[in-house]
Write a protein that binds this ligand. Structure first.
Ligand code: ADP
Ligand code: MG
Length: 330
């Protein structure tokens, strides 16, 4: 029912960046090797995510738009979630807050499309597409002007979209990510990271260069530490490559981008003795553990996590980074 969809949608979709996050994560889940995102006016008038993933069969298109329909979980193991999505909420929510079109093809079938606006779904129709999926969301929140008022400037919203894509790109170095801005007619590429090759550390290093720049990549120390079932990997910059703002701290838990106070606090604490208070460390850190040791789904839209043993994770980050910094002479 459209009203319920709209209320639930507000939980997950606060702004264009949250829509982009859901759509790009779906593309990752679909096994895409290339994900292209086009936005206009900060994503307010247009978000288009194109992937080369497995596609959605024509007869499954209406299902993808129905609430709690997900192809990603069988209900038996809510704790063992490996893909990003598992709630089956994003697409119906997007269809409730904007004009949504999904075009997809699962070869050798022909391509099909479905459209939904304000919660009202059209019939599946034939379409033209070679492979993968194109999801287009136009006029987000057009039916709820009150929500539109809460959005920030186009520039701020576009920046939030860029941030989402960069975080996901960091988590998925073997996937090509392209972000384009199509405001005022012309289209320009605002971010591009081509798929990396090699082992995970090589790939991650290459991806760091694309996202944080060459200077960071060349002055980052590799981190690899383990403790009580938690594995910490990634790169952390030498204190001399700190920033004046906390904008370059990328944290991942079991491959999923998170923003978690405890983890950020541990990162800060690790640098406490080598950085002045007004400087912020730059790092991309991956914590991996048995999914049973962490709940990554505290809230659908907020990327918080809850560890069974937060003390162990904090200790691992602080000691892992301090040892690496000491080895590098700091
Ligand atoms: P969830 O990701 O939580 O399963 P969504 O509402 O985001 O829920 O998507 C619903 C379903 O639609 C997914 O489970 C998946 O089967 C399908 N789907 C969505 N996006 C894509 C995509 N880009 N490629 C292939 N399948 C997709
Ligand atoms: Mg999803």
């Amino acid at each position: 029912d459209a009203a319920i969809n709209r209320i639930a949608a507000g939980e997950v979709l606060e702004r264009p960046a949250s829509a982009v996050k859901e759509l790009a994560e779906n593309a990752v889940d679909a096994g895409a090797t290339r994900i292209e995102v086009v936005i206009a006016d900060g994503g307010k008038t247009l978000i288009r995510v194109t992937d080369d993933g497995c596609g959605i069969a024509a007869h499954d298109l209406p299902l993808a738009l129905s609430r709690h329909a997900t192809s990603k979980i069988d209900g038996s193991d809510l704790l063992n979630i490996h893909s990003f999505g598992f709630r089956g909420e994003a697409l119906p929510s997007l269809g409730a807050v904007g004009r949504l079109t999904i075009t997809s093809r699962v070869p050798p079938e022909t391509a099909a499309r479905i459209a939904v606006a304000g919660g009202v779904t059209d019939a599946v129709a034939p379409a033209a597409l070679n492979n993968g999926t194109v999801v287009e969301l136009r006029d987000m929140f057009y039916a709820t002007p009150a929500r539109l008022k809460f959005l920030r400037t186009d520039r701020a919203e576009a920046q939030a979209v860029g941030d989402v894509i960069k975080r996901l790109a960091m988590a998925e170095p073997f996937i090509t990510f392209i972000l384009r801005d199509a405001s005022n007619g012309d289209q320009r590429t605002t971010f591009r990271a081509d798929a990396e090759t090699g082992d995970l550390f090589d790939a991650l290093h290459g991806r760091l260069r694309s996202v944080l720049g060459r200077e960071f990549a060349e002055n980052a120390i590799a981190i690899d530490a383990e403790r009580e079932g938690f594995h910490l990997t990634g790169y952390a910059a030498l204190p001399t490559y700190s920033r004046g703002a906390a904008i370059a701290q990328f944290l991942f838990v079991n491959g999923r981008p998170v923003r978690d106070k405890m983890l950020l606090g541990a990162l800060r604490a690790a640098y406490m003795d080598v950085l002045s208070r007004d400087r912020h460390p730059v790092a991309a850190l991956f914590v991996d553990c048995d999914p049973k040791l962490v709940d990554v789904n505290v809230h659908p839209a907020k990327s918080e996590v809850r560890f069974r043993d937060p003390g162990a994770v904090r200790g691992l980050i602080v000691s892992g980074l301090r040892h690496a910094l000491a080895d590098a002479g700091h």
